[in-house]
Ligand binder design. Structure first.
Ligand code: ZN
Length: 87
């Protein structure tokens, strides 16, 4: 799948021609999806088991502020942000 800007596509067609009017109607009739949010887990607290191994995670989604208390997920379970950095 390739995400494109439907509003920009509509501007490419002349609404004063039947072809342009038809294409605008087709594009405007297509379903839309919410854009993917990107974020990162910010570490609030980390602990050590005494042997230099991190065993406890307490991280917060920078997008929604949702906190998790274990190994972070690739997506925030609260807001769905993809945790691969900002974009
Ligand atoms: Zn979130």
């Amino acid at each position: 799948m390739r995400l494109i800007d439907a509003d920009a596509i509509v501007k490419c067609f002349d609404p004063n021609t039947w072809q342009g009017e038809m294409m605008i109607a087709i594009v405007n009739g297509l379903s839309t999806i919410d854009p993917v949010k990107h974020g990162e887990w910010t570490t609030l607290q980390q602990a050590c088991n005494g042997y230099g191994v991190m065993y406890y995670y307490h991280k917060e989604c920078e997008v929604s502020g949702s906190e998790i208390h274990k190994r972070p997920f690739p997506y925030c379970p609260n807001c769905g942000a993809k945790m691969e950095g900002k974009s």
